[in-house]
Ligand binder design. Structure first.
Ligand code: DCP
Ligand code: CA
Length: 348
C-alpha cells in the first residue's frame, strides 16, 4: 500500500503555531520583494484567508484589499523555521515507515505494507510532537494516495481499497489529477472529457496523437485503472547544513561557539538518523555587510555524529576572527562528503 502525507497550509500553520493570539485570524505569509512596503506575493495563507479568496502567488497588495486589517496578520516568510520543522517531520515519518521519499518541503510519499495501520498513528505523532495537522491518503497506488490526501484536507485521513480507489479516480474531474496540467485539461475538455472515466471514450491512438506517446499512454492507463506505483527517488544528499541568526551581531567566540553547538546538534541528529559519517566540516560566517565567508577542514578518516569536534570548530572560528574584523550576524555549520556508516563497519 501507498501513503501520501501533505501538511495543511504549511507555512501559515507554522506561523499560527508560534502566535497563539493569532487563532481565528487570517494569516498571510508573504514574500516581500522590498521595492515598496507592499510589493511581493503571497506564499500561502490559512484556511480563513482562503475563504475570502486569498491564495498563493497573489500580490500582497491585492490580499491586503481583501483582508480586514483587524482580523488579519501579514508575516514575512521564514524559510529557516519551516525547513527545520520539515526535517523534524521527516524524522518522525522515517522512524515509523519502510520506504519514504520526501516529495517537497511539506509532502511525503511512503510505500509500506502496513500503511493502513500506520496512517492514523503517524497523524497522532505529528500532532503530539509538533502540534501540527496534516492530511493523509492511503491507497493501492501512489496516485490514489495523493488524491485521497487532497480530498481529505484539512486534517483528514482517507483510506481507499482497490475498488474504492478505482471509483474515486474514475469520478474525479481531470484537473484534480496530479500530473494533468491546465493545458491538457483544456484540450481534453474540448474533446468532451471532463472526468477521468470520460477518457475511456477516446482511443489510445487519438490520445497519443494529441498529447504524444508518453502522456497519451499515461492518460490511457489512467482510464483503464493502471495507476502510478512509483514513489520516485530521492537525490542522494551529500551535505547537511544548518544556519542561524545570532541574537545580536558579535565577535565573541563564546557566543559564536554556543550558537554553533546548537546548530551542530541539529545537523548531527540528521547524520545519526541517516547513518552517515562525514569527512568535511565547514563553518559559514555572514558578516554585518551581508557577505558570506566559509572556513573548512577535511578529516582523513570519516567522523561519525558522536565524535567531539568542538576543537575543530574553535580552530575555524578563531582562524576567521583573525582574518576579518567585522561583526558576525549569522553563522552556519555544514557537514559534507558523506560515507554510509553501515558500509564503513563492513569495510573496516
Ligand atoms: N508555497 C509557496 N508558493 C506557492 C505554493 C506553495 O510559497 N505558489 C509554499 C507555501 C506552502 C508550502 O509551499 O505552505 C506548501 O505548499 P502546498 O501547495 O502544499 O500548500 P499549503 O501547505 O500552504 O496548503 P494545503 O493545505 O493546500 O496543502
Ligand atoms: Ca501542504
Amino acid at each position: 500500500m501507498y501513503l501520501h502525507l501533505d501538511m495543511d497550509y504549511f507555512f501559515a500553520q507554522l506561523e499560527e503555531k508560534r502566535r497563539p493570539m493569532a487563532k481565528n485570524k487570517i494569516i498571510v505569509v508573504c514574500v516581500y520583494s522590498g521595492r515598496t512596503e507592499d510589493s511581493g506575493v503571497v506564499s500561502t495563507v490559512n484556511y480563513l484567508g482562503r475563504e475570502i479568496g486569498i491564495h498563493s502567488g497573489m500580490p500582497i497588495a491585492f490580499a491586503k484589499k481583501r483582508a480586514p486589517p483587524a482580523d488579519s496578520i501579514f508575516v514575512p516568510i521564514d524559510r529557516e523555521y519551516y525547513e527545520q520543522t520539515s526535517l523534524r517531520l521527516d524524522q518522525i515519518i522515517r522512524r515509523s515507515c519502510d520506504r519514504v521519499v520526501q516529495a517537497s518541503i511539506d509532502e511525503w510519499n511512503v510505500e509500506d505494507k502496513n500503511a493502513i495501520d500506520k496512517a492514523a498513528r503517524l497523524k497522532d505523532s505529528i500532532k503530539n510532537e509538533l502540534g501540527l495537522t496534516c492530511s493523509v491518503g492511503v491507497a493501492p497506488s501512489i496516485l490514489g494516495a495523493k488524491m485521497a490526501a487532497s480530498k481529505s484536507k484539512p486534517n483528514g485521513l482517507l483510506i481507499l481499497d482497490k475498488s474504492e480507489e478505482r471509483r474515486f479516480i474514475d469520478e474525479s474531474s481531470l484537473e484534480k489529477v496530479p500530473g494533468i496540467g491546465p493545458k491538457t485539461v483544456a484540450a481534453l475538455n474540448q474533446i468532451g472529457a471532463a472526468k477521468v472515466k470520460d477518457l475511456r471514450n477516446i482511443s489510445v491512438v487519438t490520445l497519443a496523437e494529441i498529447f504524444g506517446r508518453k502522456t497519451g499512454g499515461w492518460l490511457h492507463n489512467l482510464s483503464s485503472g493502471n495507476f502510478d506505483q512509483d514513489i520516485g527517488e530521492e537525490k542522494p544528499q551529500d551535505e547537511v547544513s544548518r544556519i542561524g541568526t545570532l541574537k545580536e551581531s558579535t565577535r565573541d567566540s563564546y557566543l559564536l561557539l554556543s550558537k554553533l553547538t546548537e546548530l551542530e546538534n541539529e545537523a548531527k541528529e540528521w547524520l545519526m538518523n541517516m547513518k552517515k559519517s562525514y569527512k568535511t566540516l565547514s563553518i559559514t560566517f555572514i558578516t554585518e555587510d551581508l557577505k558570506t565567508h566559509t572556513k573548512s577542514t577535511s578529516f582523513r578518516n570519516p567522523k561519525s555524529w558522536n565524535e567531539d569536534i568542538s576543537k575543530d570548530m574553535e580552530a575555524l572560528v578563531s582562524e576567521f576572527l583573525s582574518e576579518n574584523n567585522m561583526e558576525i550576524r549569522r553563522i552556519g555549520i555544514r557537514f559534507a562528503n558523506f560515507m554510509d556508516m553501515d558500509c564503513q563497519t563492513t569495510l573496516f
